[in-house]
Design a binder for this molecule. Structure first.
Ligand SMILES: NC(=O)c1ccc[n+]([C@@H]2O[C@H](COP(=O)([O-])OP(=O)(O)OC[C@H]3O[C@@H](n4cnc5c(N)ncnc54)[C@H](OP(=O)(O)O)[C@@H]3O)[C@@H](O)[C@H]2O)c1
Length: 245
């Protein structure tokens, strides 16, 4: 098992990529704190993990709330005694042209994606520094690197997350802390429900299909595990070939 004895916090863990990663991490031996705003989906995933013999707890809340991010770390230490891995995955983003992007949409996207990632990282770092080790994986997107109409707020947050991750890698290295981002292409999750039947979009993906949440989870597992012990400050793209074009 690649994460035997490790503990992890995963945000956005009730659905999609976060849920798939939580189940994979648990199968690999990690004890996990799952977070997201809605308790229902989190409890469902905790139930699945426990039914499979794993260990997990749900701590519901908003990652844009600094107090919640600090609670996440405190609850993880209380339950499991240490914090080895943070997967800052929670994110959202509705599509709108720049001229139609409301200040509310901009702020909400910034708060969840960029500020939420920052606050989770900031809350986790002191414990990882004390432990002299830890791994942070953040969630970018192919839209952190290439543009797509109607995604100004979302793309800006993902580009920001990549830069934040590089800085965390530099500041974390003296403490044995690694930080990397994953940048998925189009993945079958609730976030992309509207796009999944878009034939023109599918035709632009070299593998002509959306990715599956489990396919991203395996990339996160690689970065979180000791297999990636010399990998830090980088962005791992998993996109069925989208960026090659
Ligand atoms: N699907 C794709 O094609 C794709 C591609 C590239 C990157 N990504 C990124 O992957 C991440 C996961 O998305 P997904 O595709 O798996 O979609 P998803 O199923 O909608 O997952 C997003 C999760 O984030 C949680 N969340 C949203 N806002 C939150 C907040 N303020 N505080 C705490 N949790 C919050 C949601 O739960 P609650 O609503 O209960 O809070 C939900 O479980 C996102 O960062 C997304 O940008 C997705």
């Amino acid at each position: 098992m690649k994460l035997h004895g490790k503990t992890a916090i995963i945000s956005g863990a009730g659905t999609g990529i976060g849920a798939a990663t939580a189940k994979l991490f648990a199968a690999e031996g990690a004890r996990i704190t799952l977070t997201g705003r809605r308790p229902g989906p989190l409890q469902e995933v905790v139930g699945e993990i426990e039914a499979a013999g794993g260990t997990a707890q749900a701590v519901a809340g908003d990652v844009a709330d600094r107090a919640h991010c600090r609670d996440l770390v405190a609850e993880t230490l209380a339950a499991y005694g240490r914090l080895d891995i943070l997967f800052a995955n929670a994110g959202s983003g509705d599509r709108a042209l720049v001229v139609e992007t409301t200040e509310e949409l901009w702020d909400q996207t910034m708060n969840t994606n960029l500020k939420g990632t920052f606050l989770c990282v900031q809350a986790a770092l002191p414990t990882m520094q004390e432990q002299n080790g830890g791994v942070i994986v953040t969630m970018s997107s192919i839209l952190g690197q290439s543009g797509l109409a109607q995604t100004s707020a979302y793309s800006a947050t993902k580009a920001g997350i990549e830069q934040l991750t590089k800085v965390v890698a530099l500041e974390g290295a003296p403490y044995g802390i690694r930080a990397n981002a994953v940048a998925p292409g189009w993945v079958e999750t609730p976030l992309t429900e509207g796009a999944q039947k878009d034939e023109a979009l599918l035709a632009r993906i070299p593998q002509t299909r959306f990715g599956r949440p489990e396919e991203i989870a395996h990339a996160v597992l690689y970065l979180a595990s000791d297999d990636a012990r010399w990998v830090t400050g980088t962005v791992l793209t998993i996109d069925g070939g989208w960026q090659a074009g």
